[in-house]
Structures are given as structure tokens and as C-alpha cells.
Design a protein around this ligand. Structure first.
Ligand code: AMP
Ligand code: ZN
Length: 114
């Protein structure tokens, strides 16, 4: 866990552009944005992938989506719409193994994703 990039960001050991924080959720700007708004919303609890989720995380996952709702409004993308993406594992191209939710918006998007 000590080697986790996102745990270090939460701890302030690695700088980030914080957007939002609650007792169990942290959100910050993605350093390689794919859209005008690209924010990562993460649980403060270290969980490597979505596969680690169980009943005990029910409230935590709810908190993340409520945070996404707040952030979308704050950033002015609520009305036009936005996308929340979580990559899980190799085929999805997960590169950081601390669960994160990409909040992406500010431009029209296509479907299906690549
Ligand atoms: P994923 O491919 O779903 O695992 O997404 C990882 C995301 O983390 C990518 O969009 C990266 O641009 C982003 N990222 C990597 N390092 C940092 C960092 N130090 N601060 C902010 N975002 C980062
Ligand atoms: Zn972590």
C-alpha cells in the first residue's frame, strides 16, 4: 500500500490539484486529461480493483457517485452531461491499481469507447 501512487496523493506526499474531499473520498485533476474536464474520484481506502468490492463497501461506492454529482455541478458539466468510467484489469487498460472513477466531460463523446 505504501507504494501506491494514489495513496501518496491522498496523503499529500505527491502533489495533486485537489478538486473535492470528504471523509472517505478524494478527487483531483487527471494529469493527462482526455477532455476539458477530467477528474479522478477515488476512495481514501486502498482497494486495488473493483473486484475487491463487497458488501462493506456499499456506502463508500455510494459516496463516490454522490461526490461525482457535486463535482459535475461545480464544474458546470451537469447540464450537458458527462461520463464516469472505471477501468478494471488488463483488458480495460487499468494502469493505477487503486480504484478510481474518471469523471469526464466538457465535450461531446462517442460510444462505444475504444
Ligand atoms: P487508468 O488507466 O484507468 O488506471 O487511469 C489512470 C489515470 O491516472 C490516467 O488517466 C492518468 O493520466 C492518471 N494519473 C497518473 N498519474 C497521475 C498523477 N500523479 N496525478 C493525476 N493523475 C494521474
Ligand atoms: Zn492506494
Amino acid at each position: 500500500m505504501n507504494d501506491c501512487l494514489f495513496c501518496k496523493i491522498i496523503a499529500g506526499e505527491i502533489p495533486s490539484q485537489k478538486v473535492y474531499e470528504t471523509k472517505d473520498v478524494f478527487a483531483f485533476e487527471d494529469t493527462n486529461p482526455v477532455a476539458p474536464t477530467h477528474i479522478l474520484i477515488i476512495p481514501k481506502q486502498h482497494l486495488e480493483t473493483m473486484l475487491e468490492l463487497s458488501e462493506e463497501h456499499r456506502e463508500l461506492i455510494g459516496s463516490i457517485h454522490i461526490a461525482a454529482n457535486h463535482i459535475a455541478r461545480i464544474r458546470g458539466i451537469a447540464e450537458n452531461g458527462y461520463r464516469i468510467v472505471t477501468n478494471c484489469g488488463r483488458d480495460a487498460n487499468q494502469t493505477v491499481f487503486h480504484i478510481h472513477f474518471h469523471l469526464i466531460g466538457g465535450r461531446p463523446m462517442e460510444w462505444p469507447p475504444g
